[in-house]
Structures are given as C-alpha cells and as structure tokens.
Design a protein around this ligand. Structure first.
Ligand code: FAD
Length: 494
C-alpha cells in the first residue's frame, strides 16, 4: 500500500495542506508517501502557459524532487499527451504502486474542477479514495458571504469580511508541517521511482539556451528562493510599500507573484510573515505598508473567490453580461504595435518591453497597458488577456482575468468605464524622471526632462526620429472620446 500526493500549483514541501494530510495518512498506516506530478503538454496549450512559466515550473520540480528526496519521498513526473487521459493515467499509476489514497489541493478553474470530479468517480469505482484540501487561498472560496447571503462583488466590503474572518479563525494562518520521512524500507521498495527524470519543456514551450540562462538568473526557482525573497522583502521593503508600490523604476514590490502562481510560496505563510513583521497582531493595523501589502495578497484570494462563484468568467465572457455588446476593434496593426512596444507612448512601450524582457510587469504598468489596449485602441480586452498569459512568468487565470476585467471596465468591481487612464499623466506621475522608460526603451535614452513622456509632442522629435522611435499610433483625446461612445452604445444596446 502507499499514499500519493498529486502536486499541481502547490510545488512546495512546507505549509502545504494536502501534502501534510497525505503525510499523516501514510504515517498512521505505516506506508510510504509518493509525490506525483503530471506534465500535460495539451494543458499547457489550453491554459496558454508562457514558455517562461513552463521553464520556471520545470526548474521548480527539480528543487521539489531534491527536497522530497531528503525525506525519502520520491517525486514521479509523468507526461500524458492528452489531457482527458490524465485521470485514467493517475489511477493506473496508483494501481501499479499499490496505492489506495490520493491527496490533492483543489484548483478552482472550471476544467480542473471537472477533472477532479471525474477523478473522484474513477477512484471510487476502484475502491480508492480522494481527499481534497483548500490550500491556495488564505480564506477558502465560499466562506465569505455578504449580509444578503451572496458572494461579494465589490472588493472593499469583501476585504473587511476577509480580515474579520481570519481574525476569528486564526488557524487559517497556521502553517502545515512538512510530511514525515518515509519508512526506511521505502528507498528499496520504491527504488525505481527515485530515478525519475524531469522532462524538457514540450515543443512550442521551449526557451532558447540564452533565454533559459537569463530567466534562471532573474527568477530562481523553488520554495527556498521564495522564502528568502519574502524574508528580505519583509525586512527591507514592506514598511515603505504603501509609497513605493506604484513606482515601476524602483524595486518597491515583492516580486513574489511567480511563487504564488506556482505554489512555491503559500499565501498563508506570506500573510503570517508580513503580520509578524508588524507591531500588531491585526492584519489591518500597524504599519501602513504592511497593511497595504496584506490587502494586495488578499486581492489574489478575491479573484479566486470570484472564479468559484461566477465560473462563466472562465469561458471568455465578461463578468458583467451587459458589456457583451461593445463593438471592439480587431485592428491587427494596432495590436502588433502594442505587443511589440511600438505604440509611440513611451510608458506603454516600456511596459510591453518589460513583459517580453522579464516575463513580468509592474502592476501599475499592467493597468496602464491594459487600459491603453481596451480604451485607447478599443481592442477586445480578451486579446490582451491572452497575450499576457502567453508571456507572464506569473500568469494566473483568476488574477489576470480580474486585472483585465478591472482595467477594461468589464470585470467584477471594475474601474468605471468613463475613467480612462491618460498615458501621459500616468507616465508623469509614476515615472516622473523617466528612469523606467529609459531602461526599457533605449531609443529614448538621450531624451532629457519631461520630453521623455511624449518625445514628439515636447520637442525631442529629432532624437526620437533618428533613433527610429515611432510616433503615437493614436491621439489620446480622440481615442478616449471614441471609447466612451463605444462603451455607452454597447451598454445601451444590452
Ligand atoms: P506585490 O505588490 O508585492 O503584491 C503581493 C502579491 O499580492 C502579488 O504577488 C500577488 O499575488 C498579489 N496581488 C497584488 N496585486 C494583485 C492584484 N491586483 N490582483 C491579484 N493579486 C494581486 N497577478 C498575477 O499573479 N498573475 C497574473 O497573471 C496577473 N495579471 C494581471 C493583469 C492585469 C491587467 C493587472 C492589472 C494585474 C495583474 N496581476 C496579476 C496582478 C498584479 O499586477 C501582480 O500580482 C503584481 O504585479 C505582481 O508583482 P509583485 O509580486 O511584486 O506584487
């Protein structure tokens, strides 16, 4: 007999709810614990996994294999071509290992919930058990209800209720212990499983050798890196987060999203560690930076709760049905200019180049480029949402969909549609000295002073032209008017 923990977006040993339960089950039964990970290239396609994200995940698996190995727990990595064959293959593997109990942390996306339901049926037919745990959110979806008994569709009251719920259920922040070491005979009994190779990224999701090197240095993988980064952030930066979080030229945020997205860091550990660095036990008290950071981590919970309550957001539909009738543009030249960072709006172009260069973009700039795509260019926001997923190292369906819904004003608790970011004002406010722009748009390196925000409009035309920097592809004021008309018309026809 054996117990299996199926790793998914929870690629860590410490503070992992289902892994802890699996370990307990194995210890009580005196049987070994086996870790399993299923690579499904078709899943990568369906979920638009960015090559840089796949690479991060495969590097993480190596760390995980080593950490589990120290506990004499093997990590078996199985590649399954077709994703509908995944549950059947998991059952086959379990049969081969003589395992009767499977443990997983729930993933809340529609496809994954369906797969879990299928999995549960198949296991039941074989007399096997499936135990699921809530792990990825601090507060499990479904736990918070508004006064009228519904899921909150507005963040602020939801957040108040989130804080209250955590304060009243402090076990939600408690850490789960890593599983106990496997019995000594496990090494012998499961010998073949310890030699499992971590596969290469599948065709179409592969980085070049150069990119592999660059991204490995930018985003070191594994839970130890995550913990180090969290500790350093809590020591050096978090107290100033409220002021520094909006300035993309400084490292004022945690850069932990890649770890949350792959599960190399648990949100519980993050919130608990942040709270413990505060001089209060409250999540909404004490240092302003710490409070603000915790409330940002809570946004991640919020969007996952939204996904569970309104699963149709997984199906390419706007959260607000009345926004289905907006007539979007599908202008390929505009879209290409946006993806390439050649719109002629320096702050937009810097952000889009940061996306390609790092697989990550500062939150302020994600909002700026999302607003620009959906309002200034009136392009279908889903084109941008998709492009982000295809390029982000931290691509996460719920947060990405939520962020696009917010910026394009079609999501839950969105920016009102008539609030259109002015890229020039955003640039002046959040990149006042142009350092961020100069870093990512080297054509404008020689442009001094305020001209950096709008080289063609502010007298730096000669430099910009000579360097081949494009003129703005739209005129903001007119584009804004066009967006307002289109949004209004869409809403009225709905
Ligand atoms: P910090 O400022 O240090 O915040 C800490 C953590 O809180 C983040 O790591 C993240 O897990 C969470 N968080 C912060 N802001 C948000 C938010 N607005 N929504 C949800 N969670 C948040 N985040 C993703 O993790 N994956 C995505 O695919 C993603 N796509 C986005 C798309 C758009 C259009 C927008 C506007 C935002 C998106 N975000 C996404 C949210 C946010 O931009 C990133 O989480 C953040 O920039 C990550 O940097 P950080 O770890 O330094 O954040």
């Amino acid at each position: 007999d054996a117990v299996v923990h199926w790793f998914k977006m929870d690629l860590r040993v410490s503070d992992n709810r289902a892994l802890f339960l699996a370990g307990e089950k194995a210890r009580e039964a005196g049987v070994p614990l086996i870790g399993l990970y299923v690579v499904s290239p078709q899943d990568f396609e369906a979920h638009l996994r960015a090559p840089v994200r796949v690479d991060f995940m495969l590097r993480t698996l190596r760390v995980l294999r080593e950490d589990l190995g120290k506990l004499d727990i093997p990590l078996w990595v199985e590649t399954v071509g077709k994703r509908r064959e995944v549950p059947g293959r998991v059952v086959e593997l379990m049969e081969g290992w003589g395992a009767r109990h499977l443990f997983v942390n729930v993933e809340y996306e529609v496809d994954e919930l369906r797969r879990e339901a299928k999995m549960a049926r198949m296991l039941m037919e074989k007399g096997m058990t499936l135990q699921v745990a809530h792990d990825t959110c601090v507060v499990p979806p479904g736990a918070l209800k508004s006064g009228s008994g519904r899921q909150y569709a507005v963040y602020t009251p939801w957040y108040r209720s989130w804080v209250k719920h955590v304060h009243e259920n402090l076990e939600l922040l408690e850490m789960s212990e890593p599983p106990a070491r496997n019995p000594p005979e496990a090494r012998l009994k499961l010998a073949g499983l310890f030699d499992c190779e971590i596969p290469r990224a599948p065709e179409g999701k592969r980085l070049t050798k150069e990119e592999e090197k660059k991204f490995a240095a930018l985003w070191p993988a594994g839970e130890h890196e995550a913990k180090k980064r969290l500790a350093k952030f809590c020591e050096d930066v978090i107290a100033r987060y409220a002021d520094s979080r909006n300035i993309p030229s400084v490292s004022g945020t945690s850069s932990l999203s890649v770890h949350f997205a792959s599960g190399t860091l648990s949100a519980r550990t993050a919130v608990r560690t942040a709270r413990d660095s505060n001089n209060t036990k409250r999540l909404d008290g004490g240092n302003q930076g710490i409070q603000t950071w915790i409330s940002e981590v809570a946004w991640r919970d919020f969007y996952k709760h939204v996904l569970v309550n309104w699963p149709y957001v997984c199906m390419n539909k706007p959260f607000k049905p009345e926004y289905s009738n907006i007539e979007w543009s599908y202008d390929q030249d505009h879209f290409q200019a946006w993806t390439e960072g050649r719109t002629g709006f320096p702050i937009v172009d810097a952000a889009m180049r940061q996306l390609k260069g790092m697989g990550w973009v500062h939150n302020r700039c994600r909002m700026i480029v999302a607003s620009f795509l959906s309002k200034d260019l009136l392009l279908d926001w889903r084109m941008g949402e998709r492009y982000f997923m295809e390029h982000l190292v931290d691509g996460d369906f719920a947060s990405n969909n939520g962020g696009w819904g917010f910026s394009a004003s079609v999501g839950v608790d969105p920016q009102p549609y008539f609030r259109v970011f002015n890229p020039l004002l955003q640039s002046e406010k959040f990149d006042p000295d142009g350092d961020y722009i100069r870093k990512w748009v080297p054509e404008l390196k020689g442009v001094m002073g305020k001209a950096i925000h709008d080289p063609y409009g502010r007298g730096a035309e000669v430099i910009a032209k000579k360097a081949g920097y494009p003129r703005p592809i739209v005129e903001h004021k007119g584009a804004r008017e066009r967006a307002l008309v289109a949004y209004k018309a869409g809403l009225e026809s709905g």
